[in-house]
Write a protein that binds this ligand. Sequence first.
Ligand SMILES: [Zn+2]
Length: 216
Amino acid sequence: MNQLTVLKMASPTPASPNAIYPVVLKDEKDLILVDCGRTDTVSQLREAARNSNIDLNEITKIIITHQDYDHTGNLAELKQLYPSIEILSSREEADYINGTKKPLRLQELEAVYDTLPESKKEDVKKMMRTFGSAVPAHVDAFVQDGQVLPWCGGVEVIATPGHMPGHISLYVKEFKILITGDALGVQNGELGLANPQYNGYGNRKALGGKAAVLRH
Ligand SMILES: [Zn+2]
Protein backbone atom coordinates (compact mmCIF):
# COMPACT_ATOMS: atom_id res chain seq x y z
CA MET A 1 0.00 0.00 0.00
CA ASN A 2 1.33 3.41 -0.91
CA GLN A 3 1.84 5.89 1.89
CA LEU A 4 2.71 9.58 2.12
CA THR A 5 3.81 10.86 5.51
CA VAL A 6 4.84 14.37 6.49
CA LEU A 7 7.45 14.39 9.26
CA LYS A 8 7.79 17.33 11.60
CA MET A 9 11.19 18.35 12.91
CA ALA A 10 10.99 21.22 15.38
CA SER A 11 13.70 23.83 15.22
CA PRO A 12 16.64 23.11 17.54
CA THR A 13 17.31 26.82 18.08
CA PRO A 14 15.10 29.80 18.84
CA ALA A 15 17.19 31.75 16.30
CA SER A 16 15.60 29.87 13.41
CA PRO A 17 12.11 29.10 14.69
CA ASN A 18 10.63 27.33 11.67
CA ALA A 19 9.97 23.60 11.85
CA ILE A 20 11.17 21.44 8.96
CA TYR A 21 8.81 19.03 7.21
CA PRO A 22 10.55 16.27 5.27
CA VAL A 23 8.14 13.93 3.45
CA VAL A 24 8.35 10.14 3.30
CA LEU A 25 6.90 8.25 0.32
CA LYS A 26 6.52 4.53 0.82
CA ASP A 27 5.46 1.78 -1.52
CA GLU A 28 6.01 -1.97 -1.60
CA LYS A 29 9.64 -1.64 -2.69
CA ASP A 30 10.95 1.75 -1.69
CA LEU A 31 11.09 4.18 1.17
CA ILE A 32 11.84 7.61 -0.25
CA LEU A 33 12.69 10.68 1.74
CA VAL A 34 11.97 14.08 0.17
CA ASP A 35 14.48 16.52 1.70
CA CYS A 36 16.26 15.61 4.90
CA GLY A 37 16.45 18.42 7.46
CA ARG A 38 19.01 20.76 8.97
CA THR A 39 22.68 19.87 9.33
CA ASP A 40 23.53 17.41 12.13
CA THR A 41 19.95 16.43 12.94
CA VAL A 42 19.88 12.78 11.83
CA SER A 43 18.81 11.60 15.29
CA GLN A 44 15.94 14.09 15.25
CA LEU A 45 14.96 12.90 11.78
CA ARG A 46 15.06 9.30 12.95
CA GLU A 47 12.84 10.13 15.90
CA ALA A 48 10.37 12.07 13.73
CA ALA A 49 10.19 9.02 11.44
CA ARG A 50 9.75 6.64 14.38
CA ASN A 51 6.88 8.77 15.69
CA SER A 52 5.15 8.02 12.37
CA ASN A 53 6.00 4.29 12.54
CA ILE A 54 8.66 4.65 9.86
CA ASP A 55 12.04 2.95 10.22
CA LEU A 56 14.70 5.16 8.67
CA ASN A 57 16.90 2.07 8.22
CA GLU A 58 14.60 1.07 5.33
CA ILE A 59 15.39 4.18 3.32
CA THR A 60 16.24 3.51 -0.36
CA LYS A 61 16.20 6.95 -2.02
CA ILE A 62 16.35 10.65 -1.19
CA ILE A 63 14.92 13.28 -3.53
CA ILE A 64 16.16 16.81 -2.86
CA THR A 65 13.95 19.73 -3.90
CA HIS A 66 16.84 22.21 -3.68
CA GLN A 67 20.13 22.91 -1.95
CA ASP A 68 19.63 24.79 1.27
CA TYR A 69 21.16 23.59 4.52
CA ASP A 70 17.72 22.88 6.00
CA HIS A 71 16.87 20.54 3.10
CA THR A 72 20.27 18.90 2.51
CA GLY A 73 21.95 19.21 5.92
CA ASN A 74 21.77 15.49 6.77
CA LEU A 75 22.38 14.21 3.26
CA ALA A 76 26.07 13.30 3.47
CA GLU A 77 25.62 11.62 6.85
CA LEU A 78 22.65 9.60 5.61
CA LYS A 79 24.65 8.47 2.58
CA GLN A 80 27.46 7.41 4.90
CA LEU A 81 25.05 5.50 7.13
CA TYR A 82 23.19 3.92 4.19
CA PRO A 83 25.66 3.75 1.27
CA SER A 84 23.19 2.02 -1.07
CA ILE A 85 20.64 4.86 -1.08
CA GLU A 86 20.18 6.73 -4.33
CA ILE A 87 20.21 10.54 -4.20
CA LEU A 88 18.25 12.47 -6.83
CA SER A 89 17.86 16.16 -7.70
CA SER A 90 17.61 18.39 -10.73
CA ARG A 91 20.80 18.68 -12.77
CA GLU A 92 21.12 22.37 -11.95
CA GLU A 93 20.77 21.90 -8.21
CA ALA A 94 23.20 18.97 -8.16
CA ASP A 95 26.19 21.31 -8.54
CA TYR A 96 25.28 23.02 -5.27
CA ILE A 97 24.50 19.73 -3.50
CA ASN A 98 27.75 18.02 -4.52
CA GLY A 99 29.89 21.04 -3.70
CA THR A 100 30.96 21.94 -7.25
CA LYS A 101 29.37 25.33 -6.54
CA LYS A 102 29.12 27.10 -3.19
CA PRO A 103 25.61 27.33 -1.72
CA LEU A 104 23.88 30.33 -3.30
CA ARG A 105 22.80 31.82 0.02
CA LEU A 106 26.45 31.80 1.08
CA GLN A 107 27.57 33.36 -2.20
CA GLU A 108 24.99 36.15 -1.79
CA LEU A 109 26.24 36.99 1.71
CA GLU A 110 29.90 36.81 0.71
CA ALA A 111 29.22 39.24 -2.12
CA VAL A 112 27.94 41.95 0.25
CA TYR A 113 29.96 41.16 3.38
CA ASP A 114 32.62 43.84 2.91
CA THR A 115 29.99 46.54 2.41
CA LEU A 116 28.19 45.76 5.70
CA PRO A 117 28.53 47.94 8.79
CA GLU A 118 30.84 46.40 11.41
CA SER A 119 27.89 45.98 13.79
CA LYS A 120 26.22 43.51 11.40
CA LYS A 121 29.24 41.44 10.48
CA GLU A 122 29.21 39.04 13.43
CA ASP A 123 25.59 38.03 12.80
CA VAL A 124 26.22 37.65 9.09
CA LYS A 125 29.25 35.47 9.78
CA LYS A 126 26.99 33.16 11.79
CA MET A 127 24.50 33.05 8.92
CA MET A 128 27.32 32.23 6.52
CA ARG A 129 28.43 29.34 8.70
CA THR A 130 24.86 28.04 8.79
CA PHE A 131 24.27 28.40 5.05
CA GLY A 132 27.58 26.67 4.36
CA SER A 133 27.06 23.91 6.92
CA ALA A 134 25.67 21.15 4.69
CA VAL A 135 28.44 18.70 3.82
CA PRO A 136 28.46 18.12 0.03
CA ALA A 137 27.06 14.81 -1.18
CA HIS A 138 27.19 13.08 -4.55
CA VAL A 139 23.97 13.15 -6.56
CA ASP A 140 23.40 9.78 -8.25
CA ALA A 141 20.70 10.67 -10.77
CA PHE A 142 19.07 13.78 -12.21
CA VAL A 143 15.34 14.34 -12.56
CA GLN A 144 13.70 16.85 -14.85
CA ASP A 145 10.49 18.74 -15.45
CA GLY A 146 7.64 16.50 -16.62
CA GLN A 147 9.32 13.25 -15.65
CA VAL A 148 7.08 10.81 -13.79
CA LEU A 149 8.99 8.76 -11.25
CA PRO A 150 7.51 5.27 -10.90
CA TRP A 151 7.27 5.25 -7.12
CA CYS A 152 4.37 5.50 -4.71
CA GLY A 153 1.78 5.47 -7.50
CA GLY A 154 3.66 7.95 -9.70
CA VAL A 155 5.48 11.15 -8.74
CA GLU A 156 5.60 13.93 -11.31
CA VAL A 157 8.59 16.27 -11.25
CA ILE A 158 7.68 19.92 -11.78
CA ALA A 159 10.41 22.50 -12.27
CA THR A 160 9.69 25.44 -9.96
CA PRO A 161 12.78 27.66 -10.25
CA GLY A 162 12.84 30.84 -8.20
CA HIS A 163 13.73 30.17 -4.57
CA MET A 164 16.68 28.35 -6.14
CA PRO A 165 17.39 28.06 -9.86
CA GLY A 166 17.02 24.27 -9.98
CA HIS A 167 14.21 23.97 -7.43
CA ILE A 168 11.73 21.18 -8.14
CA SER A 169 8.32 20.34 -6.74
CA LEU A 170 6.81 16.85 -6.73
CA TYR A 171 3.19 15.98 -7.48
CA VAL A 172 2.22 12.69 -5.86
CA LYS A 173 -0.63 11.55 -8.09
CA GLU A 174 -2.40 9.03 -5.92
CA PHE A 175 -2.69 11.46 -3.03
CA LYS A 176 -3.20 14.60 -5.16
CA ILE A 177 -0.51 16.25 -3.06
CA LEU A 178 2.06 18.72 -4.33
CA ILE A 179 5.30 18.80 -2.35
CA THR A 180 6.54 22.32 -2.92
CA GLY A 181 9.80 22.46 -0.94
CA ASP A 182 10.39 26.18 -0.48
CA ALA A 183 8.62 27.29 -3.68
CA LEU A 184 5.57 28.13 -1.58
CA GLY A 185 5.31 29.22 2.01
CA VAL A 186 2.70 30.12 4.61
CA GLN A 187 2.78 33.62 5.98
CA ASN A 188 0.13 35.00 8.31
CA GLY A 189 -1.87 31.83 7.72
CA GLU A 190 -1.95 32.25 3.94
CA LEU A 191 -0.32 30.13 1.28
CA GLY A 192 1.78 32.14 -1.11
CA LEU A 193 5.10 32.34 -2.90
CA ALA A 194 8.10 31.89 -0.65
CA ASN A 195 9.54 34.90 1.15
CA PRO A 196 11.15 37.05 -1.57
CA GLN A 197 13.98 37.81 0.86
CA TYR A 198 15.28 34.33 0.02
CA ASN A 199 14.39 34.36 -3.65
CA GLY A 200 17.16 36.05 -5.55
CA TYR A 201 16.12 34.46 -8.79
CA GLY A 202 12.78 35.87 -9.84
CA ASN A 203 10.46 33.44 -8.08
CA ARG A 204 7.33 35.32 -9.07
CA LYS A 205 8.23 35.41 -12.73
CA ALA A 206 9.48 31.85 -12.82
CA LEU A 207 6.44 30.42 -11.07
CA GLY A 208 4.01 32.41 -13.21
CA GLY A 209 4.51 29.95 -16.03
CA LYS A 210 3.63 27.09 -13.71
CA ALA A 211 0.34 28.44 -12.40
CA ALA A 212 -1.67 25.80 -14.25
CA VAL A 213 0.41 23.02 -12.79
CA LEU A 214 -0.04 24.33 -9.27
CA ARG A 215 -3.84 24.07 -9.70
CA HIS A 216 -3.77 20.27 -9.89
ZN1 LIG B 1 15.21 26.81 0.74
